[in-house]
Each structure stands twice: as C-alpha cells, then as structure tokens.
Design a protein around this ligand. Structure first.
Ligand code: FE2
Ligand code: FE2
Length: 134
C-alpha cells in the first residue's frame, strides 16, 4: 500500500485532471519515502518541485473552470489559493531551517487531497465530461 492511493477516490475519469493528479500522487509517495528515510535534502528538493507543479495544476483547473463556466468557480479557486499559501509558507519555513518536513505535514496534505477530490475536483470533472471539455 502506498501513502497516497491511486484509487476510486482519486480517479475522476477526466484525462487532463487524472494525468496531473496521478503525477501528484506519485511524487507525494516518493516524497513520503524520502521523509521516512530522513533524506532531507532530496525531500526538500522534491517538495519544492511538487509545489511548482501544484501551482501549474491549479492554473490548469482555473483555465478549465473559466472555459466551462462552471458554477461555484470562486469557492474552488479559494480552496486552491488557501492551500497553496499554507503549503508555500511551510516551504519557506523549511527553507529557513525553522521546520523539517515530517510525516505529520504529509498527512495534512493527504487529508486535503482526498477532501478536495471529493468536494471540488470530482464535480469539476463531471461538469467537464458532460460539456466535453478536455
Ligand atoms: Fe486538482
Ligand atoms: Fe481543484
């Protein structure tokens, strides 16, 4: 079993979203293995890369939401912004040597990920599939 599972909770059946989410799941699992084995340097580098990809992923969803004119766009966008700001401040604090990336941090990411899938991205995927937007 992986730290994050690529399962029915995560798979949305929308190719663009699934591709980006799958990369996030794989990278986070790799990050988890670095954290557990205390490979701090590798962990910090990968964490930085994950945040960059997360930013790009949110841009992808933002574009798809605008293109599809999905209702409740703002609440979805706000959830992205709040998470990105939280995770960026964690990254800064790690960078400044004030904190070390831990399994507890990753558990928060995990909770956020599955919640966000359930309450935001799944509805987005269904809306996009219905309107044939890739
Ligand atoms: Fe997403
Ligand atoms: Fe999202």
């Amino acid at each position: 079993m992986s730290f994050l599972d690529w399962n029915d909770e995560a798979i949305l059946n929308h190719p663009t979203l699934d591709k980006e989410h799958k990369k996030m799941v794989d990278d986070t699992n790799k990050l988890y293995s670095y954290v557990v084995s205390k490979k701090n340097k590798k962990a910090n580098e990968l964490f930085f890369e994950i945040i960059e990809n997360l930013q790009l992923h949110f841009e992808t969803e933002d574009r798809l939401m605008k293109e599809s004119k999905i209702p409740l766009y703002i609440s979805h966008k706000l959830e992205h912004e709040r998470f990105l700001s939280k995770i960026s401040s964690l990254q800064k604090s790690i960078d400044a040597g004030k904190e070390i990336l831990s399994v507890e941090h990753l558990k928060l990411v995990k909770t956020w990920f599955y919640n966000h899938m359930k309450f935001k991205d799944r509805a987005l995927a269904e809306f996009l599939i219905k309107h044939n937007i890739q």
